[in-house]
Design a binder for this molecule. Structure first.
Ligand code: SF4
Length: 292
C-alpha cells in the first residue's frame, strides 16, 4: 500500500477549523444538531452511560500503562473507582449524577462499569501485546485543504508493520444505529492514519463491551478515497451553511436522544439567534463523543 499524496501533519500549525468524526456525523444526521453542538455550543448534560464510558476508557488506558503481567481483570476492576473519583474531582458537576457517595445507584453504576471491563477480557488478553499508543490525538490535512482531527482509542502495530485501530464501544445506543456511526468514525481514523503514515490500516476493530462482541473491518484504498470525497463534501456543505446560518433540522429516530428539542423547529421550538461561524474553531469532539 502506498502513500496517495504527500501527507501533511499539522500538529505545529496555529489552530484552525477542523472536522471531527462526531461533528461530521452530527451534520450528516441533522445539520441543525451540528449547529447546536459545534457553533452555539448549547450545553448537554452527560448521561450516566456516557460518563461510565469515559471512566472505562480511562481504566483501559491506565491498564496499558502497567507492565504487561499486571494487566488482568482484577487489576482493571481495582482501577475503576479511582478513575471515577479522579474524573468527578476534575469535573465536579458530574458528582451531581448521584445522590452522594452512599447512593446505592452509584454502587450499581460502578458495578456496571466493572461488568464492562470483565466483558473486555472476554475479547482479548491485554497481557499478550503492547499497543503502540492509547488515546492518540491525530490530525491530517486532505489535498482539498480539509483538516481532520480526532482521537483514536488504541493503535496496535504488528512486528510486520500492519496497523490495527481499536475502538471500545460502551454506549447504550441501539446496535444498528451505533454500528453505522462507529464505522464512519473508524474510516475517518483510517484515512487520517493513511494520510499521516502512508499505510492503510490493515484492520479496524470495534469492541462492544456491553455484549462482549467484536466487529472487524478491513478498509481498502479505493474505499478510503471515496470516503475522503465524502468528508470533503460534508465540510463544504458545513462551510456553506456556516456562511448563512441555514442549518436545517432533519428529524429522525435519533431525535429521541437529542437534548435540543426545545430549540428545534421540528418540535415547535425556536433556535437561538445565529451567532455566526465560530473563530477559531467550531467545537471539537467532547470526551462523551469519544466514548459513546
Ligand atoms: S430534535 Fe431532531 S431534528 Fe431537532 S435538532 Fe435534534 S436531531 Fe435535529
Amino acid at each position: 500500500m502506498t502513500d496517495p499524496a504527500p501527507a501533511t501533519t499539522v500538529q505545529d500549525r496555529p489552530r484552525r477549523p477542523a472536522l471531527s468524526p462526531s461533528r461530521a456525523g452530527d451534520f450528516k444526521q441533522c445539520p441543525l444538531l451540528y449547529r447546536f453542538r459545534a457553533i452555539d455550543r448549547l450545553p448537554e448534560a452527560p448521561t450516566k452511560a456516557q460518563v461510565r464510558g469515559t471512566v472505562v476508557h480511562s481504566v483501559l488506558e491506565r491498564l496499558f500503562a502497567l507492565p504487561a503481567a499486571e494487566r488482568d481483570a482484577d487489576r482493571a476492576r481495582e482501577l475503576l473507582e479511582p478513575a471515577w473519583e479522579e474524573l468527578s474531582g476534575d469535573q465536579p458537576e458530574l458528582a451531581g449524577l448521584f445522590d452522594g457517595p452512599q447512593d446505592p445507584e452509584l454502587a450499581r453504576w460502578l458495578d456496571s462499569g466493572r461488568a464492562l471491563l470483565d466483558s473486555y477480557f472476554q475479547l482479548e488478553d491485554p497481557s499478550r501485546f503492547e499497543p503502540e499508543s492509547c488515546e492518540l490525538r491525530v490530525e491530517a490535512e486532505l489535498d482539498s485543504g480539509v483538516l481532520l482531527r480526532g482521537f483514536i482509542d488504541r493503535v496496535d502495530v504488528a512486528p510486520t508493520g500492519e496497523i490495527r485501530l481499536v475502538d471500545y464501544k460502551t454506549g447504550a445506543a441501539p446496535r444498528e444505529i451505533g454500528e453505522a456511526k462507529a464505522l464512519f468514525q473508524m474510516k475517518f481514523y483510517a484515512l487520517v492514519l493513511w494520510r499521516t503514515r502512508g499505510t492503510v490500516p490493515h484492520r479496524l476493530q470495534l469492541m462492544y463491551l456491553r455484549d462482549g462482541q467484536s466487529l472487524a473491518y478491513a478498509p481498502d484504498e479505493a474505499e478510503l478515497r471515496r470516503f475522503e470525497r465524502t468528508l470533503d463534501a460534508i465540510w463544504q456543505a458545513i462551510l456553506r451553511a456556516g456562511r448563512t446560518g441555514d442549518f436545517r433540522p432533519n428529524p429522525g429516530k435519533l431525535c429521541n436522544w437529542c437534548d435540543h428539542q426545545a430549540h428545534c423547529p421540528a418540535f415547535g421550538g425556536t433556535p437561538p439567534p445565529y451567532p455566526g461561524w465560530p473563530e477559531p474553531d467550531p467545537a471539537p469532539e467532547s470526551t462523551p463523543d469519544r466514548t459513546d
